[in-house]
Design a protein around this ligand. Structure first.
Ligand code: COA
Length: 268
């Protein structure tokens, strides 16, 4: 690996740090346990759009500021007086700008769940492609305690990740589960100490960095297509598999294998 290069930036509610080819995005409202207010959603969306267009970035890690919370949910104070229409809008804007956007992102996004991931916080982690949790993390969808339901994809993605039975239980009881249970149930891929959390995520991104960005983008698209009721995942796979043969990444990957050297993917 080349010498480490770090570029840090801060907007109002988010800090970013570019470490080589990995963008670490930290939701930064520790006083409100990093709750997602409108401003934070907008800022996160902008950051995601910029990073998507930046060819030098190969993966993202999303985490929360401080050692207590990843994200403790949507900002409850903002929707306290919402009407039906405003509620629908909050949900659909969130889906469009953040949650579906991350799920369908062209680069792998890892959630480093460093504490409470509740409501919109767990939904954010679930929209990411991979989740790693620190052992103090607590996860849950407590919305029914407030008289609402999860509105950022939680009803769908939780069932996909842990199965329908566990999803029903978590949503209707509003119970939080421990990092250990989340690991046992397949909700998170790994558990670490809080100190090791980022390193574990970087260990994963280091592997991603050496692979073909074109193939990774296609793989994300195809995996997601299987969960889209309007698509046939197998057909999308055939299509995308075929398309791979036109990429420079494919030519380089095969040439490197035959020449017994490491591939240096151009990313197109
Ligand atoms: N929206 C807005 N503010 C939130 C928030 C949220 N989802 N979660 C936490 N906060 C704020 C608290 O209001 C408090 O602000 P204040 O100091 O100005 O009063 C601050 O963050 C610290 O939270 P606090 O409740 O004092 O911490 P705690 O350690 O006692 O409890 C939680 C931690 C996570 C159990 C508790 O904050 C909680 O239940 N949060 C809401 C979780 C939720 O229902 N999320 C789903 C929303 S749809």
């Amino acid at each position: 690996m080349t010498a480490e290069m770090t570029i840090e930036m801060t907007v109002e509610n988010i800090k970013t740090e570019l470490q080589n080819d990995v963008l670490i995005v930290t939701i930064n409202r520790p006083d409100k346990l990093n709750a997602l207010n409108r401003q934070t959603i907008e800022e996160l969306h902008e950051i995601l759009v910029d990073a998507e267009n930046n060819k030098a970035i190969h993966a993202l890690i999303i985490t929360g500021s401080g050692n207590k919370a990843f994200v403790a949910g949507a900002d409850i104070s903002e929707f306290a007086n919402f009407s039906v229409e405003e509620g629908k809008q909050l949900s659909s804007i969130g889906h469009f700008k953040i949650f579906n956007f991350i799920e369908n992102y062209s680069k792998p996004v890892i959630a480093a769940v460093n504490g409470f991931a509740l409501g919109g916080g767990l939904e954010l982690a679930m929209a990411c492609h991979i989740r790693v949790a620190s052992n103090n993390a607590k996860m849950g969808l407590p919305e029914v305690s407030l008289g609402v339901i999860p509105g950022y994809g939680g009803t769908q993605r939780l069932a996909q990740l842990v199965g329908k039975g566990k999803a029903f239980e978590m949503i209707v009881t509003a119970d939080m589960i421990t990092a250990d249970d989340a690991y046992k149930w397949g909700l998170v891929n790994y558990i670490t100490t809080q100190e090791e959390l980022l390193n574990k995520c970087l260990e994963i991104t280091t592997k991603i960095s050496t692979k073909s960005p074109v193939a990774i983008r296609a793989a994300i698209k195809v995996i997601n297509s299987g969960y889209n009721t309007k698509q046939n995942g197998y057909e999308v796979e055939i299509e995308e598999f075929g398309k791979s043969f036109a990429s420079k990444d494919f030519k380089e990957g095969v040439a490197a294998f035959l020449e017994k050297r490491k591939a240096n993917f151009p990313g197109n």
